[in-house]
Design a protein around this ligand. Sequence first.
Ligand code: PPS
Ligand code: MG
Length: 356
Amino acid sequence: MTSPYAKELEVAQLAVQRAALLTKRVFHEKAKGTVSKDDKSPVTVGDFGAQALIISALQANFPADEIVAEEESAQLRADPSLRDQIWEHVRSTRLDDAASEEAVLGGAVKDAEAMLDLIGQGNSQGGARGRIWAIDPIDGTKGFLRGGQYAVCLALMVDGDVKVGVLGCPNLPVNDSAALTADIGANQTDDEGRGVIFSAVIGQGATSRPLGSGALAKGQKISMKPITDLSSASFCESVEAGHSNQSESAQIAQKLGITKPSVRMDSQAKYGSIARGAGDIYLRLPTSKTYQEKIWDHAAGDLIVREAGGQVTDTTGSRLDFSVGRTLASNRGVIAAPAAIHSQVIKVVQEVLGQK
Ligand SMILES: Nc1ncnc2c1ncn2[C@@H]1O[C@H](COP(=O)(O)OS(=O)(=O)O)[C@@H](OP(=O)(O)O)[C@H]1O
Ligand SMILES: [Mg+2]
């Protein structure tokens, strides 16, 4: 008997692999290693192109499923030159493994018009019913631009619960036991030894495998680092101070007795990194009263960390609720940590945030 969600997992992994390949090609071609911080076009081309390829794979396999995706196609219909740039990449990005391309992903997108139609399919409002995929084609756009961490993210929710999660992280080390260095957030685009796919299926654990460009390599089980002594733990947090309150996280670290400096990186690469024990705790502390986290920024990472032995909640200790629409409207912030220490971390988070 095949395991539950085996087909969804295979399609999701290959779709993420192919989309990640597109983003890498866009980065190398446009940037030649030196993208100006203000040049947004590689992000736009990579974002739309990756989204089109992922939706194409989903529609070929699961035509009845709904899709929540970050990008909308209206902007492209009004900009033929941008559309053509994106189409050039969508047309020409292929996995080396032809069998996966045709048999699993459904082959090439027909033409630029078909591509625009695909991009426009990501407009589901989400919710608590049915099968809904969440896509973030380039999560961590700033990281992508600076050659640092970003992730191609795909998750399947069924009746509001995440069942399958896949993260493609082109600029993380392949090696699960490689230590996170302080420069992990930038200049990691030398392909040697980099590029990893994290995956999880509910109840089946979490795995990592090299991203590559051919047939998928066999996955290895990953798990969070067992931690008993918090003083040896490390935090992962956002690069952008506007996305997570870094001074509060420093206070939390101090109260927990953590002495190592936080590792800052963009995107859901943070979830993948703690899930394989390269870091321990992911803190995302709200910086505004109004910002609502987007489901595509968290769905895959949430499942991968939980399946690797972690707990993921918001700052009040409630599980992330993916059933209320395109945002996590009923949650505030994110705290992900190994199950054994999660409640200790939440207690200190609440002391510092004054939510006791
Ligand atoms: N104000 C605010 N607060 C919290 N989060 C925000 C906020 N604004 C944006 N975003 C979302 O953060 C996504 C990137 O998160 P990261 O953890 O990678 O942050 S960062 O890249 O280090 O800045 C980023 O995802 P991408 O847009 O896909 O890059 C945004 O969806
Ligand atoms: Mg994002």
